[in-house]
Design a protein around this ligand. Sequence first.
Ligand SMILES: CC(C)(COP(=O)(O)OP(=O)(O)OC[C@H]1O[C@@H](n2cnc3c(N)ncnc32)[C@H](O)[C@@H]1OP(=O)(O)O)[C@@H](O)C(=O)NCCC(=O)NCCS
Length: 140
Amino acid sequence: MASTDKHYSVEERTPDYDDYMRLRQNAGLTPFSRAAAEIGLAGTVFAVVVVVDGQVIGMGRLIGDGGCFFQITDIAVQPDHQGRGLGKAIMTAIMEYVNTMLPKTAYVSLIADVPANKLYEQFGFRETAPRSVGMSYIVK
Ligand SMILES: CC(C)(COP(=O)(O)OP(=O)(O)OC[C@H]1O[C@@H](n2cnc3c(N)ncnc32)[C@H](O)[C@@H]1OP(=O)(O)O)[C@@H](O)C(=O)NCCC(=O)NCCS
């Protein structure tokens, strides 16, 4: 466990469903059904939560195939705790895992909701355009 200061702690564990959905909603991210989220959370490669006063107020996850391709998802900090370096603390923990545990040549990608791209740039992520562009499809 790493500490950001005397109040916040960054813990290496996957958020449970209730914390996951509450944080996604409070951070303005799209919701998922309980069934989908429970399957998704079980597929986590690595995750951290930020805890203060026993409450989970931040999270971030790494998902992937275990060898070649990985994605950083669910980077979120509850709004009343934003702007205090917690997003950086979450990314620091995830990138420590990425750089020490993943095979060389692993391709780690993410879709950045602007202005969070400024956070990811600080950890070495670069826009892929114009050579390649991110594309997405949402099942209806
Ligand atoms: C993105 C998010 C996780 C950042 O968390 P945070 O604890 O506020 O971030 P930090 O205090 O560690 O700041 C880290 C960096 O994020 C960037 N950043 C975060 N919010 C920003 C904003 N509103 N405007 C510009 N830059 C911002 C900055 O580059 C900042 O670095 P700097 O202080 O050196 O300039 C948080 O704003 C959040 O939960 N947003 C809503 C959900 C979301 O968009 N998640 C990302 C999905 S891709």
